[in-house]
Design a protein around this ligand. Sequence first.
Ligand code: NAP
Ligand code: SF4
Length: 677
Amino acid sequence: MNMKYDSIFAPLDLGFTSLPNRIVMGSMHTGLEERRGGMKSLASFYEQRAKEGVGLIVTGGVAPNIAGWLGPFGITLNRRAKVPKHRIVTEAVHRQGGKICMQILHAGRYGFHPFVVAPSAIKSPISKFRPFRMPGWYVKKTIRDFGRAARLAKEAGYDGVEIMGSEGYLINQFIVRHTNRREDEWGGSYANRMRFPMEVVKEVRRQVGEEFIVIYRISLIDLVPDGSTWEEVVLLAKELEKCGVTMFNSGIGWHESRVPTIASMVPQGAFVGLSARLKKQVKVPVIASNRMNDPDFVAQVLEDGQADVVSMARPFLADPAFVSKTKQGQIHNINPCIACNQSCLDRIFRRQVVGCLVNPLTGTEMWDIPKAVRAPLKIAVVGGGPAGLSFAVTAAQRGHQVSLFERAPSVGGQFLLASAIPGKDTYQKSIDYFENRLKALGVGVECNTSLTPERAKEEGFERIVLATGVKPRIPDFPGVDAPHVLDYITAIRHPERIGLRVAIIGAGGIGYDVAELLTHPGGDTPTSLRSFFRFWGIDPEVQMSGGLVEPIHPPAGTLRQVYLLQRSKGKPGAKLGKTTGWIHRLTLRKRGVKTLTGVVYHRITPEGLEYSQEEEKHFLPVDSIIICAGQLPETSLFATLEPTGIPIYIIGGAKDASGLDAERAIRQGFRLAMEMD
Ligand code: NAP
Ligand code: SF4
């Protein structure tokens, strides 16, 4: 074991039981829960993580009754008949010596179905259903339902439960005035508003006895108006401790909050300070959470005593062996989560099964095992972007003899470009991971090199995989070849060539990324914690209710003036991810970026851009124009290499550049490598 990570691997004594280490796999809905036969897949998914040594797993939220569903027919534990299917999960985890708690989550007004209930009949901005106000008798019944769910969880073999008291779900809705306007014993004074969580915890404890883990996820900062103050958070924690909580987990921000809390631009461990402050106020262990994926950072948080345990969810999708690799000091072999949300949370919101952009094996690791090949082939991979890297790693892992050729000075392709955008520096870690894997697997990598037909023949390659990616699409209108017009690749590599007034043609993911880079107050340097808090109006002391203060934005005229244009009339950036698009749109608005839609481009002059909107002609005086108008496949090498007669396979953007998609590229590379014999 690597001593540097001793703080992670110190067991945690909970009195009646102990955790083998300080890492919790945090709750995350997988979408498997509601599928036919999904609990078996879920069992395999958790079993794999338990096998790799995670100290404790917390399941995705399970409703204690139908009104508590997140969506129609969401997973519910309200009858003994449902216990056996949960047992499949608990037995799988226990087989590997792991521990697992079931999260009890009542969605309250966040439910997306017609039976939603809440303390008051106030509609949430993220569900179209107005909730029914819970009558007093029904509040008491709901408390009993929480207790019943916990008791059934114990019968199903869970080691404990986590009561979801944060992120704006039902319990949180009772606590704050933002959603609780009642005047009976469940509303009004703070003492009345915290009665619901206290009664829930007491009832749960009553039904499960003393020797059962009860985690309470407490909202440390609501990030909504009329949320709790720090004084109220501490008061609640102290009362809940008396009611029988074993550990507190940290909840950060309501889902309806317009402040990012886990996306890639949130600095590593941004909210750990709040967990540290709670830890000073309570005797039971405190779990820190949100936006941590770096084992060194996690070890430091634990060593500094800022928390007793650290919870991570997405990093376990990217790499199920996060814990075991850390234990062995194999940090460089951890596949890092890049916090993109693209294949996990965005999919969950579309009611699909969770995946991971950087790990095509997520959820299928137990049976999708790369098999050794009987007759290794000599394979040339041309292009070291996500598709080529993914193919090369899996093919080499299966025993093929792989060489990779990259025309640029280093591998990474579109990931390398992305890593230059502020807040996306983790993309470089992903490239580092692939490079380390290639090295360990003995894949020869030649940069600044394009494979020639002569060399392909000389070296006796038996297969060629063309993963040469994409080239920017350059629209055809007068002036696009002027020196002040740059494609996005040049713009990202050389922001110093760009003037103070900029028009970006194309408001897709890359247009937004370029606008982010050009208006970032610190140029391409990462955001500091202080400036992150100021920009989003976060009070890390939570002195004001909800922890919100007036945000401080860069004064007008201090940043580049950027215009983001698109031809279509719809919402700009409409294709950005569901869980991150709003952050990009809001960030640019705060920085004074102007979006123009329904634009017809006419021509570029040395002074700017001529265009029309609704048949009216306009002129935009700008110094630089950047083309972010999508991509075309880069397959020029195909014609050069085809005469060799060596079979050629095309993958990634070179195969299909429409909606250039890193997840698709990585999956294609992986699948081809799994099938190539
Ligand atoms: P994109 O999302 O398809 O956007 C291309 C933009 O160019 C659109 O705004 C399109 O809008 C415009 N356009 C297309 N053809 C044009 C033409 N001939 N002339 C002028 N404008 C034209 O492509 P992208 O921005 O290159 O991004 C590629 C992929 O990368 C996306 O699918 C996304 O998944 C991913 N990505 C996402 C993010 C993120 O979510 N933050 C960041 C980077 C990349 P009009 O046709 O309306 O003008
Ligand atoms: Fe992390 Fe993206 Fe994978 Fe989600 S999809 S786990 S955010 S890398």
